[in-house]
Design a protein around this ligand. Structure first.
Ligand code: OGA
Ligand code: NI
Length: 364
């Protein structure tokens, strides 16, 4: 009898995690007509970004000195704690990822998006897959589309890689992505070590929920848009994994996070990496740490690229409040297997937070 495990890579190369309907490349839409916005991208008035609205506070997301975290500096650990609790977002400096490597990673991304359309299309996502060149989270013909194209690649562990989607003709692409993956794993393990302690776990607690840390890279490309006030680069969403580490353009402010009822821009800090709490960490921490909604806007004059590394828990790990967190109060979430949550997350359009169905409501 043939055994079928859904977690294994399927013969046709799909990961069995989800799929997205094919839609036109935004880069090509703009190349063909740089003045008109097709209807599918125009947001309903209530969802449009207000671009000239200054943020109501001068608040900015916390900046954490990673070199102090590496020494388990308690003051810095407290800053990390408050960042995850009050903001769900922070930037890290002194993280040890070489500036040259970050630049090479950006160049690799640009190298891909600069290829001729015909060449890029060789890496188009297969119908049953989420890896490759295309779009994510398109589940119906009538949903609004994001003003962005993307390349999505699982980069670690190596057996999850599907090299047919890797643009090996871009000089240095593979080596750079491999090197960057190793560096991001290191950063990630350090953050997990600190957060584990803050959560009352043993130091390896969070690491063990990942085992061999799974990393998936999304290179987002947001072309310039003739009417940035009508569209969104990426719809409001929270990230579905444990944490995300984002390398963004040093000069364009586009990422916004939903904080106390307002959209707050994340001003790029050259050389820093942006880190945010994902849904799994919110649930493990029983809601103490917040997986915060965020979105990206576009601008009229310049394209923007960002490179997100999503850190995913082990497929078989449980996503439910961890025991030490229950000393502070009752469980606020039910428990689900991480792979089942990932499938749920990847099967819907990006539309705010995806984890409400896990919440346990008082009185029920
Ligand atoms: C993402 C994301 C934000 C950005 O890829 O999940 O939120 O600034 N990107 O590109
Ligand atoms: Ni995101």
């Amino acid at each position: 009898m043939e055994m079928k495990s859904e977690s294994n890579i399927e013969k046709d190369g799909g990961l069995g995690w989800g799929k997205s309907l094919p839609v036109p490349s935004v880069q090509e839409v703009v190349q063909n007509d740089s003045h008109t916005i097709p209807r599918r991208y125009i947001r309903d008035p209530k969802d449009r970004p207000v671009l000239d609205e200054l943020s109501p506070t001068s608040a900015e997301i916390p900046i954490i000195d990673f070199s102090l975290l590496a020494k388990r500096d308690q003051h810095e650990q407290q800053k990390l704690h408050f960042a995850c609790k009050d903001w769900g977002f922070f930037q890290i400096i002194n993280h040890g990822v070489a500036e040259e490597l970050m630049q090479k990673m950006k160049d690799a991304g640009t190298g891909f998006f600069d290829l001729e359309m015909e060449e890029k299309q060789k890496y188009t996502m297969a119908e049953n897959d989420i890896q490759g060149y295309g779009h994510a989270f398109v589940v119906s013909e009538d949903q609004k589309l994001d003003w962005a194209d993307l390349m999505f690649l699982v980069t670690h562990p190596p057996q999850y890689r599907n090299l047919k989607y890797w643009p090996l003709t871009v000089p240095g692409f593979k080596e750079t992505v491999e090197e960057y993956t190793i560096e991001i794993s290191r950063v990630c393990e350090e953050i997990f070590g600190n957060l584990s302690v803050l959560m009352g776990l043993k130091e390896e607690g969070l690491k063990e929920l990942h085992q061999d840390i799974k990393l998936a890279m999304r290179i987002n490309y947001y072309p310039p848009c003739p009417k940035p006030d009508l569209v969104l680069g990426i719809s409001p969403h929270s990230d579905g994994g444990s944490i995300t580490i984002l390398l963004q353009d040093d000069h364009i402010t586009a990422l916004q996070i939903h904080h106390h009822g307002h959209w707050i821009p994340v001003k790029p800090l050259p050389g820093a990496l942006v880190v945010n709490v994902g849904d799994a960490l919110e649930v493990w921490s029983n809601g103490r740490y917040k997986s915060v909604e965020h979105r990206a806007v576009t601008n009229e004059s310049r394209g923007r690229m960002s490179i997100a590394m999503f850190v995913a828990p082990h497929d078989e790990a449980e996503m439910g409040p961890l025991e030490p967190m229950l000393r502070h109060g009752p469980a606020l979430y039910t428990t689900i297997k991480c792979i089942d949550y990932a499938r749920h997350y990847l099967s819907r359009k990006l539309d705010g937070k995806a984890l409400d169905f896990l919440k346990i409501h008082a009185n029920s």
